[in-house]
Design a protein around this ligand. Sequence first.
Ligand code: ADP
Length: 259
Amino acid sequence: MTSTNQPRIAIVTGGGNGIGRATALKFAEAGYAVAVWDLAEQAAEEVVSAITAAGGVAIARKVDVSKPEDCVAGVAAVLERFGRIDVLINNAGVVRDGQLVKVKDGQVVGQMSADQFQFVLDVCLKGVFNCTQAVVPTMIAQKYGRIVSTSSVVALYGNFGQTNYVAAKAGVVGMTRVWARELGRYGITANAVAPGFIATDMVKSIPEKVYNALIEHTPVGRAGQPDDIARAYLFLADDKSSFINGAILSVDGGSVIGT
Ligand code: ADP
């Protein structure tokens, strides 16, 4: 709650599915009014229906985070409805995996295309920049804000076939640390969560052998659930987390220890 006893307002990008959906539901359950932004409009609307059916407050909007004008218009809509923005959860993401160069029998037979590289950067890196830039003037005026962005443990140790995704997620680490320095004096914190192996649609295509190996390398012995990440977002977004700034919180069951 704010000092005027109004609920805090949170925007969750990519809130229609997976981790974003779990996050939108979790924030609503915690008493936030939630703006669910997603490229998939119907998915966002379905999440809003679930929140309102449970007695919460939420609005859905089709926003392509890679488009600055979409983010600016989205912010205007949230302000019109709720009058403030307390939290931005930068969660929207995509993958387009491919090796830098693909080699077969000693011959180069393919490569990650420039478009494939750019597409992931546009959503996972520029999208975070666009949304954050769109909300920050409001947060500065309020002298309050919580920006939580989604990096990944792969930003810390790389991942086969993910030059584009790893570049974006490492970029999120860098941007978060810049914003922590630039915005801290205005009552705004910027932090990131680095999820490990989370059981979402994104990983459904992983072969069983690889899945089992991933579990084996996770000390807690299980894949993460979307709710594990949602809890971390909620913690970093809390009013009382005001001294946590520029942190990259791994939520990975311990999988990166020692790497
Ligand atoms: P995860 O496994 O990380 O939860 P999902 O694919 O389930 O990943 O969810 C990512 C969400 O981000 C999806 O709801 C998807 O529609 C959304 N999304 C993807 N690209 C964009 C974009 N450009 N703008 C807004 N939302 C996006």
